[in-house]
Design a protein around this ligand. Structure first.
Ligand SMILES: Nc1ncnc2c1ncn2[C@@H]1O[C@H](COP(=O)(O)OP(=O)(O)OP(=O)(O)O)[C@@H](O)[C@H]1O
Ligand SMILES: [Mg+2]
Length: 216
């Protein structure tokens, strides 16, 4: 079982959007995915309430119950667990990073967002976990912004994921309908970039994780 903590101390960067899209991408690839929602706002759990269908499993728990929830997920045969976290709570973010195999930090492209990344980068470092920044809600044709962002996050010893996510209405519309972009608009650009982001995530996971339970 591979555990990915989605962290950013800044609000509204795309933590819940990424958690849910990556979980559904994993399910669509034949793996068993679960989202553990550590945010008291419980947005991921609310999305699940509005979703027809059983998968992915989404559970909303306080961070103090994270070890037990991970044991349950392991026992239930989960291949990939996404930890969706709250902004402004370094205690919860650190607990998530410590429990995870790797950290993803969604970040919007503005300079204020990039500057705010230091606090989250420090948490990943304290936990001793590899961390990548995922640039989210980027404007189209943002080559210069991507180069600037690479430089800005490099200062914190972080790398930028090679797949960037653009600003697309499909993300918000899909979540409102209890779906993800892969389901809402299967042939759309949002579905395609999320599939690419998941493929990249798979490529940097250890070869044995996740095992393909469904296909076995
Ligand atoms: N790539 C994108 N394109 C368009 N809208 C986006 C994109 N990513 C996120 N959003 C929208 O931005 C808002 C914040 O996204 P999300 O809830 O995923 O962020 P968050 O980091 O989980 O927020 P919080 O810190 O409050 O938990 C939502 O309305 C979401 O639909
Ligand atoms: Mg959220």
């Amino acid at each position: 079982m591979f555990v990915v903590a989605i962290l950013s101390q800044k609000g509204g960067t795309g933590k819940t959007t990424l958690s849910l899209h990556l979980a559904v991408a994993a399910e669509r690839a034949g793996h068993v995915a679960a989202v553990i929602d550590l945010d008291p706002q419980a947005s991921a759990a609310g999305w699940k309430d509005s979703r027809p269908g059983e998968t992915p499993v989404v559970v909303s728990i306080p961070a103090s119950r994270l070890p037990q929830a991970l044991d349950l997920a392991r026992g239930a045969g989960a291949d990939l667990v996404l930890l969706d976290t709250a902004p402004h709570s370094s205690e919860v973010a650190l607990a998530a990073a410590e429990a995870a195999d790797m950290v993803l930090i969604p970040c919007r492209a503005g300079i204020l967002d990039l500057r705010a990344i230091g606090a989250t980068a420090r948490l990943a470092k304290i936990a001793g976990k590899p961390a990548h920044v995922v640039l989210n809600a980027m404007p189209p044709r943002a080559t210069n912004i991507i180069a600037d962002a690479r430089e800005a996050v490099g200062v914190h010893g972080l790398e930028v994921a090679p797949i960037t996510i653009q600003q697309r209405a499909a993300y918000a519309h899909a979540l409102t309908a209890g779906q993800t972009a892969q389901e809402y608009e299967p042939d759309g650009r949002a579905a395609e970039e999320m599939a690419q982001l998941y493929a990249w995530l798979r490529s940097i996971m250890p070869a044995e994780a996740p095992t393909n339970h469904r296909a076995a």
